[in-house]
Design a protein around this ligand. Sequence first.
Ligand code: SF4
Ligand code: SF4
Length: 307
Amino acid sequence: MEQGQVIGVINDIQTMCMNDGPGYRTVVFLKGCLLDCDWCHNPEGKRRYPEVIPYISNCTKCGECIEVCPTEALILDEDGIPRIDKALCSTCLQCVKACRFDALICWGRIVTVAEVMADVEKDKAFFKNSGGGLTVSGGEPMAQPDFVYGLLKASKDAGIGTALDTCGHAPWEDIKRVLKYTDLILFDIKSVDNDVHRDYAGLGNALILENVKKIAATGINMRIRVPIIPNRNDSKESLLATAKFIEGLGDSVQGVDLLPYHPYAGSKYQAFGMEYPFPSGEGLGDDIIEPMVELFLDYVPEVTVGG
Ligand code: SF4
Ligand code: SF4
């Protein structure tokens, strides 16, 4: 198949982003994730396929969506709000078209590499002036390795710089293949403790840590991203272990981005009619984050907060 016709599922394309690599970035958010972090801020990125989500605060309970659903996937709950049985939904989008109140939204769309690149190339002038480029993010992009390869290669072929934001849970052969067309890796390390990782991110971290060492050994530029999650990975002991591990990766690591937990995802889960598995609480203030920055600075050359 011609490279430009490789298809993938994305959630969104955002332009003029400044937190996902140098300069102005166009960030393509791929849909689907291999992990299942209980604090995840982006529930819309978890599943690999397009999905219809009820935005319940907009629902007037008119029932028109129920009438048009050909598969009886929509049912009314005890409060008169439509709920979708995902096992029956064919994503025909009849209900989305029928709803006059934007209470049903389709998250995710199937696109080709060529279609995405047509959007990305519109921002070429901004990339040139700022040192920016394309960032492929998610979800977890490496859940769609052929699509990621196609995007990164097409970008480099067009003279556009590239970054890949990944959790690293993917076969090494897939990662190795895309590195050739990647200028910067943004690599997430959630915890270097295997048990903690398995308990809160859904899978152990052996493959992830093995892959990040292999990537570092290639000499490619890397930034390590560490989410700071209360009662998960924020103890001094845990942060020290992470900082020392990152130091051991060597000179490929340009710096660390600490990504503090924030409580806003709770309302997003609620809007989507999903239960938020992580109790929302207060965000993390400077008084908590600053000592963490100091801790990491003993081991890595640069630390930012927020990516
Ligand atoms: S989702 Fe839209 S069409 Fe369905 S009951 Fe609510 S407002 Fe009516
Ligand atoms: S997308 Fe189609 S099948 Fe799915 S709930 Fe809506 S109308 Fe029913």
